[in-house]
Each structure stands twice: as C-alpha cells, then as structure tokens.
Design a protein around this ligand. Structure first.
Ligand code: CO8
Length: 258
C-alpha cells in the first residue's frame, strides 16, 4: 500500500508500520515527509484493519535526525508560523490507536519530538536522543517544551533543551524518555509483540483508554504550542539562525576540502 515518496507504509497483522525513508540524510524531515505523514495518518486512521501504528526510520543509523536543515535554512518567519511539523505531530498524538516509536540511532530535534508524539518509545542500544535546536538558533518548536517536560519532568527537559546535549539509550531509559531498551535486532520485534498483546484486548476499551490518557496529559498543551510557534517565528527572522544552519551545512564542504 505504498504510494508515498518519502515513507514506506506497510500493514501488518492488526497494525500499520510507517518507515521514514530518507536514509541518505539520516531520515531528516523535509516538507514532503510532513505531507506524506499527514496523508498516511489520515488514511490509516480511517482504515478498519488498523488498530495500532509503529513508526521507525530506514537503516540502522537513525530514527530521524531532525528537520532537514538544508530546507530550514531557507524558511521564513511566515513558514515557521505555519507550524507544519507541530501539526503533523499533533496528528500522531491524536491517532485513534496506540503508537510506538522504534528508535535505532539518532532521534534528534524534530526526530525526538516525533517520537514524543507517540504513546510509547522503544530503543536499541544505538539510540541517541536530544534537542540540539538552540545550537542552530531556534527552539524545539514541534512539541518538546510541553511533551518532553511531561515525559521526563521540567528539570531534565530544561537541561536537555538548554544544553542541546545528546544522550545515549541507557540515559534515555533512566530518565523515562525510552520505555525499554532491546538489542538492536530485537527492538522492532519487541514493538510488534507489544502490538500483539494490545490487539488481544478489547479494541473499544483500548481506543477509549487512549482518549482518556490524551485528555489527562494534554491539559496545557494549546497554550504551550502557541508560545512555541510564535517564538519560533521570531527566531526564524534572526541572522543568528541563518548563520548557524549555514555553518552546519558547510561542514560537508570543509570535510571534502581536507
Ligand atoms: N538535516 C539535513 N541533513 C542532515 C541532517 C538534518 N537534520 N542530519 C544529517 N544530515 C545529513 C548530513 O548533512 C549528511 O549528508 P551528506 O552525506 O550529504 O554530507 C548525512 O545526513 C549524514 O550525516 P553526517 O555525515 O553528519 O553523519 P555523522 O555521523 O557525522 O553525524 C549527526 C550525525 C550527529 C546526527 C549529524 O548529522 C547532525 O548533527 N545532524 C543534525 C542534527 C540536528 O541538529 N537536528 C535538529 C535539526 S533542527 C530541528 O529538527 C527543529 C525543527 C524545527 C522546525 C521549524 C519549522 C519551521
């Protein structure tokens, strides 16, 4: 059932699996990924064979290494105010059935935020997670200020966002960012096994449980989302953001010259 440029979408026993498929840029999220994700989520939410969703990245090096910086550097304040990543991630949070992110390698920036929009995160020992945005002159504007805070508590969320540090699987497990860590070649099967367990429960009860859980944890999220969106718009107007992102993109040229 794959009709997407940047995603592989497969139906399994009682759930669907979405693979972000841009391994050449560590599955970085560009506009096409957001469009494809949004369309795939709409289709799967209305598919009566689907009662769960597993999200993963192509290859072993990354879940998703963030928004595509080559594209971000060209974006304007108006683009930032459209909050397209935040909108797509909200669709994941609102997906009617349980969602599990399977994280191998990098889950950074928008990639970490994408995993935070899922109900459950399972990692491999190679998982590396973090919110490096402030180093690029922007904020994590697609949910981390509220979802990361909710997940790991305000102190840890502040530390991760202010320092931009990248943590390994063991640390992510310790602070509750990952639910479990499984060996590299077993983590996807662990997610599938969890889906099988869930699928034996009453579908109606699972669906209502998700609504109740979302209602319980989303009490301040709108207000926080608006601050994230407006703040990001301001930052996209600043020269600092352009020069920091350009510096990242120019690393490649520098490496080639060496
Ligand atoms: N965007 C675009 N390209 C990327 C990205 C990215 N986020 N991450 C990696 N790539 C590319 C690299 O440029 C490289 O391409 P090439 O082979 O053409 O040079 C390829 O992927 C492989 O990457 P590296 O050679 O860098 O691999 P390393 O193993 O040396 O390093 C890292 C891996 C540490 C993950 C490194 O690639 C890195 O630091 N990537 C950027 C991580 C990052 O900062 N992510 C956050 C981005 S900002 C964000 O997500 C916030 C979104 C806000 C939305 C606002 C909407 C308007």
């Amino acid at each position: 059932m794959n009709t997407y440029e940047t995603l592989i979408v497969e139906k399994q026993e009682t759930w669907a699996e979405i693979t972000v498929n841009r391994p050449e840029v560590l599955n970085a999220i560009n506009l096409q990924v957001v469009k494809d994700l949004s369309a795939a989520l709409d289709a799967l939410a209305g598919d009566e064979d689907v009662r769960g969703l597993i999200l993963k990245g192509a290859g072993d090096k990354a879940f998703v290494a963030g928004a595509d910086i080559g594209e971000l550097v060209k974006r304007t304040r108006e683009d930032a105010l459209l909050a397209i990543n935040a909108g797509a991630f909200q669709k994941i949070e609102d997906f009617p059935w349980p969602t599990i992110a399977v994280i191998k390698g990098y889950a950074l920036g928008g990639g970490c935020e994408l995993s935070l929009a899922c109900d459950i995160r399972l990692g491999a020992p190679s998982a590396q997670m973090g919110q490096p945005e402030v180093g690029l002159g922007i904020i994590p504007g697609a949910g981390a200020p509220h979802r990361l805070t909710r997940q790991v508590g305000p102190g840890m969320a502040r530390e991760l966002i202010y320092t931009g540090k990248i943590i390994d699987a063991e640390e992510a497990l310790r602070i509750g960012l990952l639910n479990h860590v499984h060996p590299e070649d077993e983590v996807l099967e662990a997610a599938r096994e969890m889906m099988r367990t869930i699928s034996k429960k009453s579908p109606g009860a699972v669906r209502v449980a998700k609504l109740a859980l979302n209602a319980a944890v989303n009490t301040v999220d709108r207000r926080s989302q608006y601050i994230e969106i407006l703040g990001q718009g301001l930052l996209f107007d600043a020269e600092d953001q352009k020069s920091r992102m350009t510096r990242f993109l120019e690393r490649k040229k520098k490496r080639e010259q060496k």
